[in-house]
Design a protein around this ligand. Sequence first.
Ligand SMILES: Cc1ncc(COP(=O)(O)O)c(C=O)c1O
Length: 455
Amino acid sequence: MNRADAIAEKDIAYNVHPYTNLALHEQQGPLVIDRGEGIYVWDDTGNKYIEGLAGLWCASLGFSEPRLVEAAVKQFERLPFSHSFAHRTTAVTTTLAEKLIEIAPAPMAKAYFVNSGSEAIDTAIKIIWYYNNGLGRPEKKKLISRKRGYHGVTVAAGSLTAIPLMQNDFDLPLDRMISTDTPSFYRCGEEGETEEQFTNRIVDNLEKLILAEGPETIAAFVAEPVMGAGGVVVPPAAYFDKVQPLLKKYDILLLADEVICGFCRTGNWWGSQTYDIQPDIVTCAKQLSAAYLPIGAVMVSQPIYQTLVEQSKKHGAFGTGNTYGGHPVACAVALETLAIYEERDILAHVRDVSTTFMQRLLSLGDHPLVGEARGVGLIGGIEIVQDKATKASYDPTTKAAFKVTQRALAHGLIVRPLPSDSIGICPPLVISHDEVHSLFDKLKAGLDEAMQELK
Ligand SMILES: Cc1ncc(COP(=O)(O)O)c(C=O)c1O
Protein backbone atom coordinates (compact mmCIF):
# COMPACT_ATOMS: atom_id res chain seq x y z
CA MET A 1 0.00 0.00 0.00
CA ASN A 2 1.47 3.42 -0.85
CA ARG A 3 1.67 6.26 1.65
CA ALA A 4 -1.39 8.10 0.34
CA ASP A 5 -3.55 4.97 0.57
CA ALA A 6 -2.21 4.32 4.06
CA ILE A 7 -3.28 7.81 5.15
CA ALA A 8 -6.73 7.37 3.63
CA GLU A 9 -7.05 4.01 5.45
CA LYS A 10 -6.08 5.69 8.70
CA ASP A 11 -8.71 8.39 8.13
CA ILE A 12 -11.30 5.65 7.79
CA ALA A 13 -10.01 3.63 10.71
CA TYR A 14 -10.26 6.60 13.05
CA ASN A 15 -13.52 7.70 11.50
CA VAL A 16 -12.16 11.22 11.30
CA HIS A 17 -11.62 13.67 8.54
CA PRO A 18 -9.73 16.93 8.41
CA TYR A 19 -12.73 18.92 7.15
CA THR A 20 -14.49 18.98 10.45
CA ASN A 21 -14.35 18.50 14.16
CA LEU A 22 -17.84 17.31 14.97
CA ALA A 23 -17.46 17.71 18.74
CA LEU A 24 -16.34 21.31 18.33
CA HIS A 25 -19.06 22.10 15.82
CA GLU A 26 -21.69 20.63 18.13
CA GLN A 27 -20.39 22.77 20.96
CA GLN A 28 -19.98 26.03 19.01
CA GLY A 29 -22.55 25.75 16.24
CA PRO A 30 -21.83 26.90 12.69
CA LEU A 31 -19.98 30.04 11.72
CA VAL A 32 -22.81 32.22 10.43
CA ILE A 33 -21.68 34.55 7.66
CA ASP A 34 -23.79 37.64 7.47
CA ARG A 35 -22.43 40.01 4.84
CA GLY A 36 -19.57 40.57 2.43
CA GLU A 37 -17.59 43.30 0.74
CA GLY A 38 -14.62 42.92 -1.61
CA ILE A 39 -12.64 39.85 -0.52
CA TYR A 40 -14.02 40.14 3.05
CA VAL A 41 -16.98 38.59 4.86
CA TRP A 42 -18.36 39.33 8.33
CA ASP A 43 -19.98 36.86 10.71
CA ASP A 44 -23.16 37.54 12.66
CA THR A 45 -21.20 38.80 15.65
CA GLY A 46 -19.29 41.34 13.57
CA ASN A 47 -15.95 39.53 13.10
CA LYS A 48 -14.29 40.31 9.76
CA TYR A 49 -12.51 37.63 7.69
CA ILE A 50 -10.57 37.43 4.45
CA GLU A 51 -12.43 34.77 2.44
CA GLY A 52 -9.27 32.86 1.61
CA LEU A 53 -11.16 30.13 -0.25
CA ALA A 54 -13.43 32.47 -2.22
CA GLY A 55 -16.36 30.73 -0.52
CA LEU A 56 -15.94 27.31 -2.09
CA TRP A 57 -13.37 28.19 -4.78
CA CYS A 58 -16.02 30.24 -6.55
CA ALA A 59 -16.54 33.89 -5.48
CA SER A 60 -14.02 35.15 -8.05
CA LEU A 61 -15.17 38.78 -8.03
CA GLY A 62 -15.56 39.02 -4.28
CA PHE A 63 -18.77 39.78 -2.42
CA SER A 64 -19.94 43.20 -3.58
CA GLU A 65 -19.96 43.46 -7.38
CA PRO A 66 -22.86 45.79 -8.28
CA ARG A 67 -22.78 44.91 -11.99
CA LEU A 68 -23.78 41.32 -11.23
CA VAL A 69 -26.68 42.49 -9.07
CA GLU A 70 -27.82 44.85 -11.83
CA ALA A 71 -27.53 42.13 -14.49
CA ALA A 72 -29.73 39.84 -12.37
CA VAL A 73 -32.33 42.56 -11.67
CA LYS A 74 -32.52 43.53 -15.35
CA GLN A 75 -33.07 39.93 -16.40
CA PHE A 76 -35.59 39.32 -13.60
CA GLU A 77 -37.59 42.28 -14.92
CA ARG A 78 -37.40 41.19 -18.55
CA LEU A 79 -37.90 37.42 -18.25
CA PRO A 80 -37.46 35.73 -14.88
CA PHE A 81 -37.89 32.23 -16.28
CA SER A 82 -38.22 30.23 -19.40
CA HIS A 83 -36.89 26.74 -20.01
CA SER A 84 -34.69 25.07 -22.57
CA PHE A 85 -36.77 21.97 -23.31
CA ALA A 86 -38.43 20.85 -26.53
CA HIS A 87 -37.05 23.42 -28.98
CA ARG A 88 -37.27 26.36 -26.63
CA THR A 89 -34.55 28.49 -25.15
CA THR A 90 -33.88 32.14 -24.30
CA ALA A 91 -31.66 34.73 -25.92
CA VAL A 92 -29.29 35.00 -22.95
CA THR A 93 -28.96 31.22 -22.78
CA THR A 94 -27.83 30.93 -26.40
CA THR A 95 -25.58 34.00 -26.10
CA LEU A 96 -23.85 32.43 -23.11
CA ALA A 97 -23.48 29.10 -24.94
CA GLU A 98 -21.90 30.87 -27.92
CA LYS A 99 -19.56 32.80 -25.64
CA LEU A 100 -18.42 29.63 -23.85
CA ILE A 101 -17.77 27.85 -27.14
CA GLU A 102 -15.75 30.86 -28.29
CA ILE A 103 -13.46 30.80 -25.25
CA ALA A 104 -13.33 27.00 -24.71
CA PRO A 105 -9.89 25.48 -24.14
CA ALA A 106 -10.26 23.15 -27.15
CA PRO A 107 -12.64 23.13 -30.12
CA MET A 108 -16.10 22.48 -28.71
CA ALA A 109 -19.40 22.22 -30.58
CA LYS A 110 -22.06 22.91 -27.97
CA ALA A 111 -22.59 23.96 -24.37
CA TYR A 112 -25.34 22.47 -22.22
CA PHE A 113 -26.42 24.18 -19.00
CA VAL A 114 -27.14 22.75 -15.57
CA ASN A 115 -27.23 24.16 -12.05
CA SER A 116 -24.08 22.87 -10.37
CA GLY A 117 -20.75 21.16 -10.86
CA SER A 118 -22.18 17.80 -9.77
CA GLU A 119 -24.97 18.04 -12.32
CA ALA A 120 -22.43 18.98 -14.97
CA ILE A 121 -20.43 15.84 -14.19
CA ASP A 122 -23.54 13.64 -14.06
CA THR A 123 -24.68 15.01 -17.39
CA ALA A 124 -21.23 14.52 -18.90
CA ILE A 125 -21.33 10.88 -17.75
CA LYS A 126 -24.75 10.37 -19.36
CA ILE A 127 -23.45 11.97 -22.56
CA ILE A 128 -20.41 9.65 -22.56
CA TRP A 129 -22.61 6.57 -22.15
CA TYR A 130 -25.12 7.76 -24.78
CA TYR A 131 -22.22 8.50 -27.14
CA ASN A 132 -20.74 5.03 -26.81
CA ASN A 133 -24.13 3.44 -27.29
CA GLY A 134 -24.48 5.60 -30.39
CA LEU A 135 -21.17 4.25 -31.68
CA GLY A 136 -22.31 0.69 -31.07
CA ARG A 137 -19.91 0.14 -28.15
CA PRO A 138 -22.27 -0.74 -25.31
CA GLU A 139 -19.47 -2.30 -23.28
CA LYS A 140 -17.26 0.86 -23.34
CA LYS A 141 -18.69 2.50 -20.22
CA LYS A 142 -16.19 2.57 -17.35
CA LEU A 143 -14.85 5.88 -16.07
CA ILE A 144 -11.47 6.39 -14.47
CA SER A 145 -10.92 9.20 -11.97
CA ARG A 146 -7.99 9.77 -9.60
CA LYS A 147 -7.84 9.03 -5.88
CA ARG A 148 -8.51 12.31 -4.05
CA GLY A 149 -10.14 13.71 -7.20
CA TYR A 150 -13.30 15.71 -6.38
CA HIS A 151 -16.12 15.81 -8.91
CA GLY A 152 -19.22 16.41 -6.81
CA VAL A 153 -21.59 14.45 -4.60
CA THR A 154 -24.53 13.20 -6.67
CA VAL A 155 -24.70 9.45 -7.16
CA ALA A 156 -22.66 9.35 -10.35
CA ALA A 157 -20.37 12.35 -9.70
CA GLY A 158 -19.87 11.16 -6.12
CA SER A 159 -18.69 7.84 -7.54
CA LEU A 160 -15.86 9.67 -9.29
CA THR A 161 -15.02 11.67 -6.15
CA ALA A 162 -12.48 9.19 -4.84
CA ILE A 163 -12.32 10.54 -1.28
CA PRO A 164 -13.39 8.03 1.41
CA LEU A 165 -15.50 10.51 3.42
CA MET A 166 -17.60 11.28 0.36
CA GLN A 167 -18.27 7.62 -0.44
CA ASN A 168 -18.28 5.61 2.79
CA ASP A 169 -21.74 4.36 3.76
CA PHE A 170 -23.26 6.07 0.73
CA ASP A 171 -22.70 2.78 -1.10
CA LEU A 172 -20.44 4.54 -3.58
CA PRO A 173 -18.76 4.20 -5.95
CA LEU A 174 -21.19 2.65 -8.40
CA ASP A 175 -19.63 -0.06 -10.49
CA ARG A 176 -18.18 1.25 -13.79
CA MET A 177 -16.30 3.87 -11.74
CA ILE A 178 -12.67 3.11 -10.97
CA SER A 179 -9.79 5.17 -9.71
CA THR A 180 -6.08 5.48 -10.35
CA ASP A 181 -3.13 7.21 -8.66
CA THR A 182 -3.14 10.70 -7.20
CA PRO A 183 -0.52 12.74 -9.09
CA SER A 184 1.08 13.94 -5.85
CA PHE A 185 4.83 13.46 -6.10
CA TYR A 186 5.25 14.76 -2.55
CA ARG A 187 2.82 12.32 -0.93
CA CYS A 188 2.92 9.36 -3.31
CA GLY A 189 6.48 9.47 -4.63
CA GLU A 190 8.57 6.56 -3.40
CA GLU A 191 11.91 6.70 -1.60
CA GLY A 192 14.65 7.82 -4.01
CA GLU A 193 12.26 8.35 -6.93
CA THR A 194 12.61 11.46 -9.11
CA GLU A 195 9.51 13.39 -10.18
CA GLU A 196 9.98 12.05 -13.70
CA GLN A 197 10.24 8.45 -12.48
CA PHE A 198 7.15 9.00 -10.31
CA THR A 199 5.22 10.36 -13.30
CA ASN A 200 6.29 7.43 -15.47
CA ARG A 201 5.28 4.98 -12.74
CA ILE A 202 1.77 6.34 -12.23
CA VAL A 203 1.18 6.68 -15.98
CA ASP A 204 2.38 3.11 -16.30
CA ASN A 205 -0.06 2.12 -13.54
CA LEU A 206 -2.83 3.83 -15.49
CA GLU A 207 -1.97 1.78 -18.56
CA LYS A 208 -1.89 -1.42 -16.49
CA LEU A 209 -5.32 -0.55 -15.09
CA ILE A 210 -6.71 0.08 -18.59
CA LEU A 211 -5.30 -3.23 -19.82
CA ALA A 212 -6.50 -5.15 -16.77
CA GLU A 213 -10.03 -3.79 -17.15
CA GLY A 214 -9.92 -4.12 -20.93
CA PRO A 215 -9.52 -0.96 -23.06
CA GLU A 216 -12.78 -1.84 -24.82
CA THR A 217 -14.57 -1.25 -21.47
CA ILE A 218 -13.04 2.16 -20.61
CA ALA A 219 -15.03 5.16 -21.84
CA ALA A 220 -13.34 8.16 -20.25
CA PHE A 221 -10.67 9.52 -17.96
CA VAL A 222 -11.91 12.32 -15.70
CA ALA A 223 -9.49 14.83 -14.22
CA GLU A 224 -9.27 18.26 -12.66
CA PRO A 225 -6.24 20.06 -14.15
CA VAL A 226 -5.28 20.94 -10.54
CA MET A 227 -7.04 18.84 -7.91
CA GLY A 228 -8.85 21.20 -5.57
CA ALA A 229 -10.91 19.71 -2.76
CA GLY A 230 -8.66 16.62 -2.62
CA GLY A 231 -5.91 18.84 -1.20
CA VAL A 232 -4.78 21.16 -4.03
CA VAL A 233 -2.61 18.66 -5.89
CA VAL A 234 -0.57 20.32 -8.64
CA PRO A 235 0.37 17.66 -11.20
CA PRO A 236 3.99 16.96 -12.16
CA ALA A 237 5.04 19.00 -15.21
CA ALA A 238 4.89 16.10 -17.68
CA TYR A 239 1.88 14.28 -16.20
CA PHE A 240 -0.81 15.29 -18.68
CA ASP A 241 1.67 15.14 -21.60
CA LYS A 242 2.12 11.46 -20.79
CA VAL A 243 -1.48 10.62 -19.91
CA GLN A 244 -3.01 12.05 -23.09
CA PRO A 245 -1.26 9.82 -25.68
CA LEU A 246 -2.25 6.83 -23.56
CA LEU A 247 -5.90 7.85 -23.69
CA LYS A 248 -5.65 8.34 -27.46
CA LYS A 249 -3.99 4.93 -27.85
CA TYR A 250 -6.96 3.20 -26.20
CA ASP A 251 -9.65 5.51 -27.62
CA ILE A 252 -10.59 6.87 -24.20
CA LEU A 253 -12.27 10.28 -23.91
CA LEU A 254 -10.75 12.97 -21.71
CA LEU A 255 -13.16 14.91 -19.52
CA ALA A 256 -11.49 18.01 -18.05
CA ASP A 257 -13.33 18.98 -14.88
CA GLU A 258 -12.74 22.74 -14.89
CA VAL A 259 -15.24 23.45 -12.10
CA ILE A 260 -12.49 25.04 -9.97
CA CYS A 261 -9.74 25.72 -12.52
CA GLY A 262 -11.91 27.39 -15.17
CA PHE A 263 -11.98 31.19 -15.60
CA CYS A 264 -8.46 32.37 -14.82
CA ARG A 265 -7.79 30.50 -11.56
CA THR A 266 -4.52 28.88 -12.68
CA GLY A 267 -3.21 31.91 -14.59
CA ASN A 268 -4.91 31.01 -17.88
CA TRP A 269 -8.57 31.06 -18.87
CA TRP A 270 -8.65 27.32 -18.27
CA GLY A 271 -6.56 24.87 -16.29
CA SER A 272 -6.46 22.84 -19.51
CA GLN A 273 -4.40 25.63 -21.09
CA THR A 274 -1.99 25.68 -18.14
CA TYR A 275 -1.28 21.96 -18.65
CA ASP A 276 -1.73 21.64 -22.43
CA ILE A 277 -4.79 19.47 -22.05
CA GLN A 278 -6.95 18.86 -25.14
CA PRO A 279 -10.22 17.63 -23.64
CA ASP A 280 -13.14 16.04 -25.49
CA ILE A 281 -15.56 17.24 -22.82
CA VAL A 282 -15.31 20.16 -20.40
CA THR A 283 -17.35 20.73 -17.25
CA CYS A 284 -17.44 24.12 -15.53
CA ALA A 285 -19.46 25.97 -12.87
CA LYS A 286 -18.50 28.13 -9.83
CA GLN A 287 -16.51 31.08 -11.30
CA LEU A 288 -18.70 30.94 -14.43
CA SER A 289 -21.12 33.19 -12.53
CA ALA A 290 -18.63 34.37 -9.88
CA ALA A 291 -20.90 32.24 -7.63
CA TYR A 292 -23.64 34.90 -7.61
CA LEU A 293 -26.14 32.35 -8.95
CA PRO A 294 -25.98 28.58 -9.44
CA ILE A 295 -25.03 27.56 -12.96
CA GLY A 296 -22.83 24.88 -14.51
CA ALA A 297 -22.11 23.82 -18.07
CA VAL A 298 -20.92 20.83 -20.08
CA MET A 299 -19.19 21.45 -23.38
CA VAL A 300 -18.74 18.66 -25.90
CA SER A 301 -16.59 18.29 -29.02
CA GLN A 302 -18.09 18.09 -32.52
CA PRO A 303 -17.67 14.28 -32.92
CA ILE A 304 -19.49 13.74 -29.62
CA TYR A 305 -22.21 16.23 -30.49
CA GLN A 306 -22.73 14.66 -33.91
CA THR A 307 -23.17 11.23 -32.35
CA LEU A 308 -25.66 12.63 -29.81
CA VAL A 309 -27.67 14.12 -32.66
CA GLU A 310 -27.77 10.82 -34.57
CA GLN A 311 -28.65 8.85 -31.45
CA SER A 312 -31.38 11.36 -30.51
CA LYS A 313 -32.97 10.94 -33.94
CA LYS A 314 -33.28 7.25 -33.13
CA HIS A 315 -35.12 8.03 -29.89
CA GLY A 316 -37.02 11.11 -31.07
CA ALA A 317 -35.26 13.50 -28.67
CA PHE A 318 -32.20 13.92 -26.48
CA GLY A 319 -33.95 12.67 -23.38
CA THR A 320 -32.32 14.61 -20.58
CA GLY A 321 -32.65 18.09 -19.13
CA ASN A 322 -33.27 20.11 -15.97
CA THR A 323 -36.09 22.57 -15.28
CA TYR A 324 -33.63 25.30 -14.37
CA GLY A 325 -30.86 24.38 -16.83
CA GLY A 326 -30.01 27.53 -18.77
CA HIS A 327 -32.07 29.67 -16.37
CA PRO A 328 -32.13 33.13 -17.98
CA VAL A 329 -31.17 35.02 -14.80
CA ALA A 330 -28.22 32.72 -14.05
CA CYS A 331 -27.16 33.01 -17.71
CA ALA A 332 -27.41 36.82 -17.61
CA VAL A 333 -25.22 36.90 -14.49
CA ALA A 334 -22.73 34.49 -16.07
CA LEU A 335 -22.54 36.63 -19.22
CA GLU A 336 -21.91 39.73 -17.12
CA THR A 337 -19.25 37.84 -15.15
CA LEU A 338 -17.43 36.91 -18.36
CA ALA A 339 -17.75 40.51 -19.59
CA ILE A 340 -16.18 41.77 -16.35
CA TYR A 341 -13.33 39.24 -16.63
CA GLU A 342 -12.59 40.57 -20.12
CA GLU A 343 -13.15 44.30 -19.53
CA ARG A 344 -11.06 44.39 -16.35
CA ASP A 345 -8.53 41.93 -17.77
CA ILE A 346 -8.85 39.72 -14.72
CA LEU A 347 -6.44 37.27 -16.36
CA ALA A 348 -3.66 39.87 -16.42
CA HIS A 349 -4.50 40.77 -12.82
CA VAL A 350 -4.27 37.11 -11.75
CA ARG A 351 -0.92 36.71 -13.50
CA ASP A 352 0.37 39.85 -11.81
CA VAL A 353 -0.90 39.21 -8.27
CA SER A 354 0.00 35.51 -8.42
CA THR A 355 3.70 36.46 -8.31
CA THR A 356 3.18 37.73 -4.74
CA PHE A 357 0.78 34.87 -3.98
CA MET A 358 3.24 32.18 -5.10
CA GLN A 359 6.21 33.85 -3.40
CA ARG A 360 4.38 34.06 -0.05
CA LEU A 361 2.90 30.56 -0.49
CA LEU A 362 6.19 28.88 -1.33
CA SER A 363 7.98 30.63 1.54
CA LEU A 364 5.60 28.79 3.90
CA GLY A 365 7.42 25.64 2.78
CA ASP A 366 10.14 26.64 5.28
CA HIS A 367 7.73 26.53 8.20
CA PRO A 368 8.38 23.57 10.56
CA LEU A 369 4.77 22.39 10.24
CA VAL A 370 4.67 22.53 6.43
CA GLY A 371 5.86 19.52 4.45
CA GLU A 372 5.05 20.98 1.07
CA ALA A 373 3.74 24.29 -0.25
CA ARG A 374 2.39 24.07 -3.80
CA GLY A 375 0.27 26.08 -6.16
CA VAL A 376 -0.21 27.76 -9.52
CA GLY A 377 -1.90 31.05 -10.39
CA LEU A 378 -4.14 31.90 -7.44
CA ILE A 379 -4.70 28.42 -6.03
CA GLY A 380 -2.42 26.94 -3.44
CA GLY A 381 -2.11 24.30 -0.78
CA ILE A 382 0.12 23.51 2.16
CA GLU A 383 0.49 20.04 3.62
CA ILE A 384 0.92 19.81 7.38
CA VAL A 385 3.39 17.20 8.64
CA GLN A 386 4.73 16.14 12.00
CA ASP A 387 8.19 15.45 10.61
CA LYS A 388 9.47 17.33 7.58
CA ALA A 389 12.34 14.86 6.97
CA THR A 390 10.20 11.71 6.87
CA LYS A 391 7.00 13.46 5.67
CA ALA A 392 5.20 11.68 8.50
CA SER A 393 1.72 13.08 9.07
CA TYR A 394 0.13 13.71 12.44
CA ASP A 395 -2.21 11.03 13.64
CA PRO A 396 -5.57 11.93 12.01
CA THR A 397 -7.21 12.29 15.43
CA THR A 398 -4.86 15.24 16.04
CA LYS A 399 -6.63 17.16 13.25
CA ALA A 400 -3.52 19.19 12.69
CA ALA A 401 -4.67 21.03 9.54
CA PHE A 402 -8.02 21.75 11.17
CA LYS A 403 -6.20 23.27 14.16
CA VAL A 404 -4.19 25.55 11.87
CA THR A 405 -7.35 26.74 10.14
CA GLN A 406 -9.06 27.40 13.49
CA ARG A 407 -6.09 29.52 14.59
CA ALA A 408 -6.11 31.35 11.26
CA LEU A 409 -9.84 31.96 11.67
CA ALA A 410 -9.19 33.68 14.99
CA HIS A 411 -6.82 35.98 13.06
CA GLY A 412 -9.54 36.79 10.53
CA LEU A 413 -8.78 34.33 7.73
CA ILE A 414 -11.00 31.62 6.27
CA VAL A 415 -9.06 28.76 4.68
CA ARG A 416 -10.05 25.11 4.42
CA PRO A 417 -8.63 21.87 5.83
CA LEU A 418 -8.54 19.16 3.17
CA PRO A 419 -7.52 15.50 2.81
CA SER A 420 -3.93 14.49 3.56
CA ASP A 421 -3.79 17.23 6.23
CA SER A 422 -3.60 19.87 3.52
CA ILE A 423 -4.99 23.38 3.65
CA GLY A 424 -6.50 25.01 0.56
CA ILE A 425 -5.92 28.67 -0.27
CA CYS A 426 -7.94 30.06 -3.16
CA PRO A 427 -8.89 33.73 -2.67
CA PRO A 428 -11.19 35.79 -4.89
CA LEU A 429 -9.37 36.60 -8.14
CA VAL A 430 -9.74 40.32 -7.41
CA ILE A 431 -7.41 40.15 -4.38
CA SER A 432 -4.68 42.82 -4.35
CA HIS A 433 -0.96 42.42 -3.59
CA ASP A 434 -1.45 44.00 -0.14
CA GLU A 435 -4.38 41.71 0.60
CA VAL A 436 -2.29 38.68 -0.42
CA HIS A 437 0.33 39.77 2.13
CA SER A 438 -2.36 40.16 4.77
CA LEU A 439 -3.78 36.69 3.95
CA PHE A 440 -0.39 35.02 4.36
CA ASP A 441 0.48 37.01 7.51
CA LYS A 442 -2.70 35.61 9.07
CA LEU A 443 -2.00 32.08 7.84
CA LYS A 444 1.56 32.27 9.20
CA ALA A 445 0.20 33.41 12.57
CA GLY A 446 -2.20 30.44 12.52
CA LEU A 447 0.67 28.06 11.73
CA ASP A 448 2.88 29.50 14.48
CA GLU A 449 0.15 29.21 17.10
CA ALA A 450 -0.90 25.72 16.00
CA MET A 451 2.74 24.66 16.21
CA GLN A 452 2.84 25.69 19.88
CA GLU A 453 -0.28 23.62 20.45
CA LEU A 454 0.94 20.60 18.47
CA LYS A 455 4.61 20.33 19.41
C1 LIG B 1 -13.65 20.01 -9.55
C2 LIG B 1 -15.06 19.96 -9.04
N1 LIG B 1 -15.99 19.32 -9.75
C3 LIG B 1 -17.27 19.26 -9.37
C4 LIG B 1 -17.67 19.86 -8.19
C5 LIG B 1 -19.10 19.78 -7.76
O1 LIG B 1 -19.68 21.03 -7.85
P1 LIG B 1 -21.02 21.39 -7.01
O2 LIG B 1 -20.60 21.47 -5.58
O3 LIG B 1 -21.45 22.70 -7.61
O4 LIG B 1 -21.99 20.30 -7.27
C6 LIG B 1 -16.74 20.55 -7.41
C7 LIG B 1 -17.14 21.21 -6.14
O5 LIG B 1 -16.33 21.68 -5.38
C8 LIG B 1 -15.40 20.59 -7.83
O6 LIG B 1 -14.46 21.21 -7.11
